[in-house]
Design a protein around this ligand. Structure first.
Ligand SMILES: NC(=O)c1ccc[n+]([C@@H]2O[C@H](COP(=O)([O-])OP(=O)(O)OC[C@H]3O[C@@H](n4cnc5c(N)ncnc54)[C@H](OP(=O)(O)O)[C@@H]3O)[C@@H](O)[C@H]2O)c1
Length: 303
């Protein structure tokens, strides 16, 4: 494989995937095209000699067709956590999680790019309680229906240096005396970003992964309460966590929807009603074993 288009490749996971592929001898010569809405957000990738960061609107079919020309594979990573309210999902989710994968599928078919890797989310389902999870399922379906050589990845929450989950709570612990927490009993099975990146990179050279959707989890399940407590403690600011009753949590999330960059929405609360854990325990594909949260997270949350 010589040319890979990584849509959504400038973010947390995309950066790890591109770095992982770039250091593998098998893909050392590979050229990565990384579209972004704002080039300055992708500064960290400009140092990679094989990465070509381009400012582009991937929602525009003509732009997408241009980006797709001459590629050997496409990795689809665009995802948002706040997509608004609505049935079957808010407009933001419809655009980023459903219409974009549909456009990617059409552009890939037209350009003859057969190999597509797509990152969805654990417990994505058409009947899931949140617009986030329903739209993720619809995006998967749009790509599957296109008849491409598709592999789907469904991670639980991803941790690692630069994550926006544990780092957020560690940062908040520095300034708040205690945590009033929505969804405190929600369950997660966090998986390390480097493990996810390695699995995605592996699948590029494994034809047996075509047609498969892999659930990706770490070794242990945690409640949100345990994760917040641990993130605060590892940052050097241990804090008490108080679980909010559902009605108060709902009101808090609704109020936060009016705050720019507010940390919670009502849709996030609905997502947390489904345990984001792997039903088959913890198994990473391709013989890989998952790295424990407590080994890695303290190293980047400290200080
Ligand atoms: N992080 C997790 O815990 C987690 C867990 C499960 C699943 N996932 C899924 O994994 C994928 C990658 O997540 P991540 O954590 O790496 O996300 P991220 O850091 O927020 O990166 C998102 C990427 O998508 C692009 N993007 C975002 N909104 C867009 C829009 N409306 N139009 C076009 N591009 C847009 C961003 O590009 P620019 O800003 O450069 O334009 C960026 O490259 C997502 O699909 C996410 O749903 C993540």
């Amino acid at each position: 494989m010589n040319n890979i288009l990584v849509i959504g490749g400038t973010g947390f996971l995309g950066t790890a995937i591109v770095r992982e592929l770039a250091r593998r001898p098998a893909s050392a010569e590979c050229r990565f095209t990384l579209p972004t809405r704002r080039r300055e957000r992708a500064k960290h990738l400009l140092v990679l000699p094989t990465a070509n960061v381009v400012e582009a609107d991937v929602h525009d079919p003509e732009t997408l067709a241009r980006l797709m020309a001459g590629q050997d594979a496409v990795i689809s990573l665009v995802g948002i956590l706040k997509g608004g309210e609505g049935e079957p999902y808010g407009k933001g989710f419809a655009r980023a999680h459903v219409e974009l994968p549909r456009r990617i599928a059409a552009a890939a078919k037209a350009a003859g790019v057969r190999r597509v890797l797509h990152v969805s989310a654990l417990k994505a389902a058409a009947d899931a309680p949140s617009g986030y999870l329903r739209s993720k399922a619809a995006g998967e379906a749009a790509l599957r229906d296109a008849g491409l050589d598709l592999t789907v990845f469904r991670p639980s929450v991803i941790f690692g240096r630069g994550d926006s989950f544990l780092t957020l709570f560690a940062g908040l612990a520095r300034v708040v005396p205690l945590f009033p927490l929505a969804g405190a009993d929600a369950r997660f099975q966090p998986v390390w970003v480097e493990d996810v990146a390695a699995v995605v990179a592996d699948s590029l050279t494994r034809p047996e992964s075509i047609g498969i959707a892999y659930d990706l989890c770490g070794p242990r399940q945690f409640s949100l309460r345990q994760l917040v407590r641990a993130a605060a403690a590892w940052s050097g600011h241990p804090r008490i966590v108080i679980g909010l009753p559902e009605a108060v949590a709902w009101l808090q999330a609704w109020a936060m929807e009016f705050v720019p960059n507010g940390p919670m929405t009502r849709d996030n609360i609905r997502s947390m009603r489904v345990a984001s854990v792997c039903d088959a325990g913890c198994t990473l594909p391709f013989g890989r074993s998952a790295t424990a949260l407590e080994v890695v997270a303290p190293t980047y949350l400290r200080g």
